[in-house]
Unconditional design. Structure first.
Length: 81
C-alpha cells in the first residue's frame, strides 16, 4: 500500500519525474505527493485501534497538511510571476 499510493517506489517513478520540466511541475508533483500521503495516513489512522497510535498518526497528518499548505502557497506565488 505504501509503495503504490503514498511513496510510489515503483518503476514509474523515474517516468513521472522525467515529466518534471519546471518549478511549477515540481510544485504540482509535490502537492500531489502530500495529498497522497495524507490519504494514506488517514487510512492507516482509521485502521488503528490504539488511541496513542491514532494520536501519533494525527500528528503526521497535520505535518503533511503543513507541507501541502506551504507547497500550495509557493505554487500560487510562482503563478503570479
Amino acid at each position: 500500500m505504501v509503495n503504490k499510493y503514498a511513496f510510489r517506489l515503483d518503476n514509474n517513478l523515474e517516468d513521472e519525474l522525467s515529466q518534471v520540466k519546471s518549478a511549477e511541475d515540481a510544485l504540482r508533483y509535490g502537492i500531489q505527493f502530500e495529498k497522497d500521503s495524507i490519504i494514506f495516513f488517514l487510512t492507516i489512522q482509521d485502521a488503528t485501534d490504539e488511541t496513542k497510535g491514532r494520536e501519533l498518526i494525527g500528528q503526521l497528518i497535520e505535518e503533511e497538511k503543513g507541507h501541502l499548505k506551504n507547497l500550495s502557497l509557493e505554487l500560487r506565488k510562482h503563478l503570479k510571476r
